[in-house]
Design a protein around this ligand. Structure first.
Ligand SMILES: [Zn+2]
Length: 308
């Protein structure tokens, strides 16, 4: 696994509550940024006409450690949103028994009557029974009404509310390969009719895993609604290098014994995200990872699950 750190540096300044810098502050901070870049080994990047620097460094690189050390005296010179992107080698993905499935495209608008409830003259109602206090989706009570043309030629997409929608091709592939752990719910067409209108399906994962091992799995935040009791998590993403905050996804852990109960598709016992759009995570088998890859399905990525 490679962890790529993206960190910005500037002397003109990111937002600060006391307002823009005065000229003597700008002069001083330009010299400081020059010195910091120099001490960290990025001196060739410096130019007195360039106030912003976007650096990409691998975690563990000595230059990054020096940069962070130098920035501790003036953390405001660093960008407020430093991110670490984990990149997995193919061998690492192929060695994982279980992987988190992330759908990387969200091109389908939500259910028509959920987006425009006031236009609902047919009395169709909402697709989910919701908690009246937190609006958490408690139970799906009807098919989704979606415009299938938003899908284009894609095989998989999220709706804005994070429902997973599949093309007919992908649905057939899953059945032909006897993939386990899911049902398909037909999607009702809204705003498109006639020959050539694609049939879409909503993925409904039926296999539920036992709770994650936590710790070592860590969460940043847990929301809980006092009315309906819904609990939703955020996987830990905020970290500190002393005074400098950065964002990096952390691992999900299960006990080895989880492999005795997994199917190809599984959802986690935990739910994630803000309460009104909370969803479980989707966990797939190594077999399904290879099927998706070999079928040329696009718009997804997988991250290994840690078994201990
Ligand atoms: Zn609630």
């Amino acid at each position: 696994m490679k962890a790529i750190v993206r960190v910005g540096l500037s002397w003109t300044g990111y937002y600060r509550p006391q307002g823009p810098k005065l000229q003597h502050e700008l002069d001083q901070d330009m010299r400081l940024v020059r010195d910091i870049l120099h001490k960290a080994g990025f001196e060739t990047l410096f130019s007195p006409t360039q106030p912003f620097y976007n650096l990409e460094v691998e975690k563990g690189d000595a230059r990054l450690n020096r940069l962070i050390e130098e920035l501790q005296v003036r953390p405001d010179l660093a960008s407020p949103h430093i991110t670490v992107e984990r990149q997995y080698a193919l061998q690492e993905l192929e060695a994982a028994s279980l992987l988190i499935l992330y759908i990387t495209n969200q091109s389908i608008k939500d259910d028509h009557y959920a987006m425009y409830p006031k236009r609902d003259r047919r009395g169709v109602g909402l697709p989910y029974r919701e908690c009246s206090a937190c609006r958490a989706p408690l139970e799906q009570v009807r098919d989704l009404f979606l415009n299938p043309h938003h899908m284009g030629k894609k095989d998989v997409s999220l709706t804005y509310a994070f429902d997973v929608i599949l093309s007919e091709r992908m649905a057939s592939m899953l059945h032909e390969q006897s993939v386990s752990g899911f049902d398909l719910r037909p999607v009702q067409n809204y705003g498109a009719q006639g020959a050539g209108t694609p049939q879409l399906y909503q993925l409904q994962i039926t296999s539920k895993l036992p709770p994650m091992l936590a710790p070592p799995t860590e969460f940043d935040l847990i929301h809980q609604c006092p009315i309906c009791g819904s609990r939703s998590h955020f996987l830990k993403r905020t970290h500190q290098w002393e005074k400098i905050q950065y964002y990096e996804d952390t691992d999900v852990y299960y006990p080895e014994t989880v492999t005795e109960v997994v199917q190809d598709f599984n959802h986690t016992a935990e739910w994630f995200g803000e309460l009104p759009v909370m969803k479980p995570m989707n966990i797939i088998s190594q077999r399904l990872f290879r099927l998706l890859r070999d079928a040329g399905i696009k718009h997804w990525k997988a991250v290994p699950v840690q078994l201990v």
